[in-house]
Design a protein around this ligand. Structure first.
Ligand code: C5P
Length: 233
């Protein structure tokens, strides 16, 4: 069944702790990305793991192979369950990341970022990539698959296309999920039901939950939607 990952994109520790305490057993998986990791350091990962939670470490590594290899070793050493690298970093970088994981912690899964969910075709062209979003995502997903990544991060809107090309075991992690009408800076979005029906393995949701006056209720609704729309393969 698809799993919910709550993005802890906050810079005040008391708020982060309050969200996790409030959500209690209803949420097992949390995302620690650039905001909380820069604000609080690795201690926040230790705290979550110690509280019995799973951690998606989303620092989107994109650097020379040696740097990524050592950074992935450190991340795997902290016991994170899922981590991200940018597929644009290329074959050597991806293989270095996998080598580091295999050395330190085989339990950590590595997924590759394709095209950010805040990107449109115009944004792609503006950075010199003259491809349609679909072509660019397929191209990057193919590289990630061939290099041996466990899966990719993609928009829920791209799932239908991607699920036709890759086996079910290739994990699809989807941010850009909006239960209500707000988009924030996310452009290529879908509802939890749409994402689950199209084959998402993980739904990464931040602001719609953490900025809600009632996060517990929002999580309850999302989990219900996940359960009701689960795809049978
Ligand atoms: O608040 P929101 O639900 O938009 O949070 C989505 C999270 O997923 C953010 O932390 C963002 O950094 C992350 N993410 C994303 N697009 C990607 C990869 C990760 O939005 N392609």
């Amino acid at each position: 069944m698809a799993e919910l990952i709550v993005g802890l994109d906050v810079k005040e520790k008391s708020i982060l702790e309050r969200i996790v305490d409030n959500l209690g057993d209803s949420v097992i998986y949390y995302k620690i990305g650039a905001i909380p990791f820069t604000a609080f350091g690795p201690g926040v990962i230790g705290w979550l793991k110690h509280s019995g939670k799973k951690v998606f470490f989303d620092l989107k590594f994109f650097d020379i192979p040696n740097t990524v290899e050592l950074a992935v070793e450190c991340a795997c050493g902290m016991g994170v369950d899922l981590l991200t690298v940018h597929i644009l970093g290329g074959k050597n970088m991806l293989e270095s990341a996998i080598k580091a994981r295999n050395k330190v912690n085989l339990e950590t899964k590595i997924v590759g970022v394709t095209v950010l969910t805040s990107f449109t075709e115009t944004d792609l062209i503006a950075v010199g990539i003259n491809e349609t979003i679909e072509k660019q995502i397929l191209h990057l997903a193919e590289i990630g698959y061939r290099c041996g990544l466990d899966g990719i991060v993609c928009s829920p809107q791209d799932l239908n296309l991607l699920r036709k090309k890759f086996p079910d075991s290739f994990l699809m992690v989807c941010p850009g999920i909006r239960p209500e009408s707000s988009h924030d800076d996310q452009k290529r979005i879908a509802t939890p039901s749409e994402a689950v029906k199209s084959g998402a393995d993980y739904l990464v949701i931040g602001r719609p939950i953490i900025q809600s006056p009632n996060p517990v209720e929002v999580v309850k609704r999302i989990k219900k939607e996940i359960k009701e729309n689960e795809r049978s393969y």
